[in-house]
Ligand binder design. Structure first.
Ligand code: SAM
Length: 365
């Protein structure tokens, strides 16, 4: 059965398609170096790659103003990897040392039977940290099933606590559903539940203290993320940028903040806690302090391209060989080849012009 989008519309009936996947020069098996089969992926700069973000769909049931450019077209279903294809690739990734997997999109929960996919990933073995990013709209109904299937934790994106503002930012979202989703995730025992807030000037910077207060009574991790200039909305994002430092200054008015380091899957964030608070506050600073040196992640796009850097166009097409009958060794070699073209830092650090990305939803946020 097709899952329903916001307002009860079947997701499939929303504007279909995006541009065709790029062909990546040099990604054919013929150009591969001869590689050994160690259980560890290491790039040219010595970084161990253990973290894979898997975009299960390019579709979304929200249209956040800074995220979804106008005129986005959905991919035809046939271009998107099937669950069997995702699982086949994940088996190869885990054999190469990937231990951390995050399902994302688009909005992953608009795709039917995600708990089933989670269960099958958990059954693969080897994935020690299995998480999901969601806008939370469909989470209230699915949190229990996701936990039972083997999901460890969940990140919920939420950019305003004001129902009217939330509806404006998301172009139609109902905040009550998101809050119900967060509560259901806590009840189900998904842990930790992280609430991701993309800080935007004049939109939600004034709500920073309110967001921070959520951590006093709720055992959630509220993380403020600096907005990144991406694709079509880059001018908007530049104009709305607020540094994590400024957010931190605002929330100090709520109480004394103590630095802490005990957050699961903390990655490049810095964490703090109010004394006696149940939850934690995190700052993610892709713009003011980049963390390329510690980068341990790559992405699998919904069309089956291995994307080596969020901001770089370096990709390896895994879907074509997968659908042409490539064996696991060939797929592993292609993934290892990807490690040789992962850039040392992203173009924002190097001050170079942007990549061809129109929106984060295209590659998996
Ligand atoms: N639908 C899921 C969700 O809402 O979490 C997963 C995909 S969404 C693209 C992932 C995250 O990327 C969201 O938290 C969204 O706010 C964030 N995001 C999108 N565009 C961004 C940008 N330009 N800068 C920073 N974060 C962005």
């Amino acid at each position: 059965m097709a899952q329903q989008g916001e307002g009860g519309r079947p997701v499939e009936s929303l504007t279909p398609r995006t541009s065709a996947p790029r062909r990546v020069p040099g990604s054919s098996p013929r150009s591969l170096p001869v590689l050994g089969g160690g259980a560890s992926l290491t790039d040219t700069f010595g970084r161990k790659i253990r973290y894979l973000r898997v975009s299960v769909t390019d579709r979304c049931n929200l249209r956040c103003i800074y995220c979804m450019p106008h005129g986005m077209e959905w991919l035809p279903k046939a271009e998107v990897l099937s669950y069997e294809e995702i699982l086949r690739l994940l088996r190869v990734f885990t054999s190469l040392g990937v231990t951390k997997v995050r399902l994302t999109g688009g909005e992953p929960l608009v795709r039917a039977h995600v708990p089933d996919l989670v269960r099958r990933i958990a059954e693969l073995g080897g994935v020690e940290d299995l998480s999901l990013s969601t806008n939370g709209l469909l989470l209230a109904d699915l949190a229990g099933d996701l936990k039972a299937a083997g999901l460890h934790r969940v990140n919920v994106s939420l950019d305003s606590l004001d129902p009217v503002k939330f509806r404006e930012i998301t172009q139609g979202g109902d905040i009550r559903k998101v809050m119900a989703g967060i509560d259901a995730a806590l009840r189900a025992g998904l842990s930790p539940v992280k609430v991701n807030v993309v800080a935007t000037r004049g939109v939600n910077d004034v709500e920073a203290t309110e967001f921070a207060r959520l951590t006093i009574d709720r055992g959630v991790v509220v993380r403020f993320i600096e907005i990144m200039p991406l694709g079509d909305s880059a001018d908007f994002q530049d104009a709305k940028f607020v540094s994590a430092e400024e957010i931190l200054d605002r929330i100090r008015s709520v109480g004394r903040l103590v630095p802490c380091e005990d957050v699961v899957g903390s990655g490049p964030a810095r964490y703090y806690r109010f004394e006696n608070a149940k939850g934690t506050i995190g700052m993610i600073t892709p713009m003011s302090h980049t963390f390329c040196e510690q980068c341990n992640r790559v992405r699998l796009t919904s069309v089956g391209h291995l994307r080596l850097c969020l901001f770089g166009d370096q990709e390896v097409d895994l879907r074509t060989p997968l659908r042409s009958g490539a064996d696991d060794d060939t797929l592993a070699q292609l993934i290892e080849y990807g490690m040789t073209i992962k850039p040392d830092s992203h173009h924002l650090v190097r001050g170079e012009p942007g990549c061809g990305l129109r929106a984060l939803s295209q590659v998996g946020g």
